[in-house]
Write a protein that binds this ligand. Structure first.
Ligand code: BGC
Length: 828
């Protein structure tokens, strides 16, 4: 392992699924898991390939009920490549003796390398050196180069290169009772001597997918005139290339594949485009060169130099996280109408759906590639009609975006979900997480703050924002005490699905989730600012079209000042109304009994109990407020709501909820690490360590193989980008307020800000901001009340002011106790 590579030097069949997910290669359009090309879907291997946002809907019958699910579709496997010697068995490396094994993912140029030495039953040693990439420079192309060396034998070698369209969706064991066949074959062909073509179509969304592959063999750089034999059967086409290999000789097989779908722009037909693309493609090395350059450009902007002594391989892990983020969403995705997938396009968990996780991802992109954020927000905008329909059908006004979103923006959250611990299918209430709607408005506003993109606001952002604001005003009900409340929702904490004592089918969520209510306040409060941004005529037109009048605006303002936030125990913000009545949970006892209690809900469910009875959270809920808002912003929101907000409430609430959270979501580690970073450093580092290891060490014990956790990945990088540097934007001014911990000497990052490209370098004494020469207008930057204008080509340095020591002795004591108790349940 070095700073740029993820290395495995031993084959571990049990961990192969995790490695496949972590070694996925992609380019924002196509992602292919790092599966061995000589293996098919079996207990160890799962060679999935996905095109971003390509879904299909199927109906299954569960417990006598018909339920519909829309899935990200596993596409035909373009990787298939194997060989046999003298007409023997086709090589499957699991069946042979493995003498040497090394697998390496190079993050710098997005290349996966596998170096194997295999011995077959007849004692022949085969050296197998394989490199592959999914092109960042041409999103439709992917390639494998395989060097085969006959170490101690000579013979007739046949190389098989195939396209396998017989695949189903089979990555997630929990979904195996559900319909999983999404593809129907349309045809196969060998349109040229060295090209094979496979066409399939999704059976409900009717999207055609064409894959073409060109396979050639080279000896000493010169193409070998191999004997080719092509075989076709339904959903499968293969080409075998035969040649003689002398002892010690090496040949190089190059397979260049192209993937096109009927959703793509600028093509006549997917099959024509795919065949042309492989016919015109240069050789592997040349393609790889262009791909590596495209990665270099991305790294120029995204790499962060950090030297953090206390955490292992932190630079590599951060790069791995940036790598997977960019493979999931980057410029190649801009015209694809995709959202941010919670699990990347790396596996089939959550069916490739889009949740609120973009809340953790867009801040990183806002400062690095705002053009990508804009495209991702437009995915939401295009589904505004569907969101209006959800609101209407749920009895509300405005727009309500679904908790899980897929192709057309309807609510995709499953109606039943399987508890793998008990084997029961239980009703799923998570669509009550209305807070996703606030997250979208929050994202629109933050995007605008960073970019100042008024055109976006005028053409898309404002309409979406105001319709969301309208929803919050309509779901809020006036209470007898004159305040407004929001009932029957779920907060981010997915454990609390309803009040104690109710059977799952009668649960209707909880009332007045503090996070949801404060977010609603935020959305309603900024609605006026959003209108203000618009040019007068555009504002007038939009208000007329949406029917927004002065009375409605006044009502929004009133609600934004009187939403109810529950409190208990002297300044603890209650997660929801009635939270204080729940029982305390026996954390130590359950830890002792079960070890890993991240998924307490399932453990308790299998014991016939309900997590709803306890003060036990899966993930940060109240604490999300401290993650999303600065102390000053939060104080203003609480002041607006008429509540007293003292900064020491932050530490009290952190302590309180940290002790009552199981971290059953990887997002929880990020949020807790973030909120603790400026106070209890060791605990924060520990949580950051867990977030950095979430996928690389598969800390949830089995979820990574179903897809990486993109929110947590981006969140860890954002801890360095925004949390440690204090990077923020308010009223168009770029704020910095760095506080580097012991062990971290420097953070260096490049950002885009309102038309300027800036470099920020901070150490423990100063922060320097330099602007690239360009024709843009100067920007204002600020450090703790000191403002400076920064023109293109200029740089400025602020000397950091020493901070006062923390004052609250009681809180310090609480924290010391917490650290000693170590409430992390996810330690390895
Ligand atoms: C978390 C949600 C998250 C979802 C997708 C769940 O486990 O509780 O907050 O949105 O995963 O990442």
């Amino acid at each position: 392992m070095n700073d740029w590579t993820l290395t495995y030097d031993r084959y571990d069949p049990e961990r192969e699924g995790v490695r496949e997910a972590l070694c996925t290669l992609g380019n924002g359009y196509l992602c292919t898991r790092g599966a061995a090309p000589d293996c098919a879907d079996d207990d160890q291997h799962y060679p999935g390939s996905y095109v971003a946002g390509l879904y299909n809907r199927r109906t299954s019958t569960i417990k006598g009920r018909e339920i519909e699910n829309e899935d990200l579709v596993n596409l035909p496997n373009w990787l298939v490549l194997t060989l046999r010697i003298n007409g023997g068995e086709w090589v499957r490396f699991d069946d042979l003796e493995l003498i040497d094994y090394a697998q390496e993912l190079c993050l710098r140029d997005g290349t996966l390398t596998r170096r194997l030495r295999l011995r077959d039953g007849e004692g022949r040693t085969i050296r197998w050196h394989e490199r592959r990439f999914v092109s960042m420079s041409d999103k439709h192309l992917a390639a494998v180069a395989l060097e085969i060396t006959a170490e101690d034998w000579a013979g007739r070698v046949e190389v098989r290169s195939a396209l396998d369209g017989t695949v189903i969706n089979n990555n997630v064991a929990r979904y195996r009772d559900l319909a999983s066949c999404h593809l129907e074959p349309l045809g196969t062909e060998a349109p040229q001597d060295d090209v094979i073509l496979l066409r399939v179509r999704t059976n409900a969304s009717r999207i055609e997918i064409a894959e073409a592959a060109r396979t050639r063999i080279y000896r000493n750089g010169i193409e070998v005139d191999a004997v080719r034999r092509t075989e076709e059967r339904e959903g499968w086409v293969e080409q075998d290339l035969a040649l003689d290999l002398g002892e010690g000789e090496t040949v190089s097989v190059e397979k260049i594949a192209a993937v096109f779908t009927s959703r793509d722009d600028a093509i006549a037909a997917p099959a024509i485009a795919a065949c042309e693309a492989v016919a015109d493609a240069p050789r592997f090395e040349e393609l790889h060169g262009a791909h590596a350059e495209a990665w270099q450009e991305l790294w120029d902007d995204f790499d962060m130099v950090t030297r953090l002594r206390d955490l292992d391989h932190v630079e590599m892990k951060l790069r791995l996280h940036v790598f997977h983020l960019l493979q999931s969403v980057c410029e190649n995705a801009i015209d694809s109408d995709i959202g941010v997938p919670a699990r990347g396009w790396h596996g089939e968990a959550y069916r490739g759906h889009i949740f609120w996780d973009e809340l953790f991802i867009l801040p990183l992109l806002n400062f690095r590639r705002p053009v990508v954020t804009r495209a991702l927000l437009k995915y939401r905008f295009r589904r505004l009609g569907a969101a209006r329909k959800i609101a209407r059908e749920s009895g509300f006004e405005g727009a309500l975006f679904p908790w899980q979103s897929g192709s057309d923006g309807r609510e995709e959250t499953q109606v039943l979900h399987l508890n793998p611990k008990s084997g029961d299918w239980v009703p799923d209430n998570s669509h009550r997480q209305r807070h996703v709607n606030a997250a979208i408005a929050y994202n629109v506003w933050r995007y605008y703050e960073v970019t100042g993109d008024r055109e976006f606001m005028r053409d898309y952002g404002a309409e979406m924002y105001l319709e969301i604001a309208r929803f919050w005003a309509s779901i809020a009900e006036e209470r007898p005490d004159g305040r407004f409340g929001i009932r029957e929702v779920m907060g981010p904490d997915e454990f609390q699905t309803g009040y104690p004592g109710l059977p799952p089918e009668e649960e209707r969520g909880i009332d007045n989730n503090a996070y949801t209510n404060v977010m609603a306040c935020f959305v309603l409060r900024h609605a006026a600012d959003v209108l203000e941004i618009l040019p007068q005529r555009a504002r007038h037109r939009l208000c007329t079209r949406l029917g927004i009048d002065g009375a409605e605006r006044a009502r929004w303002d009133r609600i934004s000042r009187s939403l109810y936030v529950p409190f208990h125990d002297d300044a603890i913000i209650s997660q929801f109304e009635g939270y204080e009545k729940l029982k305390e949970f026996d954390w130590d006892g359950y830890r002792e009994k079960y070890g890993d209690i991240q998924r307490l809900d399932r453990i308790l469910g299998a014991e016939g109990k309900s997590v709803n009875d306890y003060k036990a959270s899966k993930q940060a809920d109240v604490l999300m407020l401290f993650y999303l808002f600065s102390t000053e912003e939060l104080a203003l929101l609480f002041e607006r709501l008429g509540y007293d907000f003292q900064p020491d409430m932050i530490t009290k609430n952190i302590d309180y909820y940290l002790a009552r959270t199981s971290h059953g979501s990887t997002l929880s580690h990020v949020v807790h690490s973030w909120v603790l970073i400026r106070s209890i450093r060791p605990m924060s580092w520990k949580l950051l360590g867990s977030a950095l290891d979430a996928d690389i060490a598969d800390i949830q014990g089995g979820t990574t193989q179903e897809g990486i956790h993109l929110g947590a990945m981006a969140g860890t990088v954002d801890i360095f980008q925004r949390c440690l540097t204090g990077l923020d934007v308010k009223s168009g001014i770029l704020l910095v307020n760095p506080l580097l911990p012991e062990g971290l000497d420097e953070v260096r990052l490049r950002i885009q800000f309102r038309g300027q490209d800036l470099e920020i370098v901070t150490d423990r004494n100063s922060v320097e901001i330099s602007a690239q020469p360009t024709a843009a207008a100067p920007v204002t930057v600020s450090y703790r009340g000191h403002y400076r204008d920064l023109a293109p080509g200029d740089s400025t340095r602020f000397h950091l002011i020493e901070r006062p020591a923390r004052q609250n002795a009681q809180c310090d004591e609480n924290r010391r106790q917490l650290e000693a108790a170590d409430p992390l349940s996810c330690e390895e």
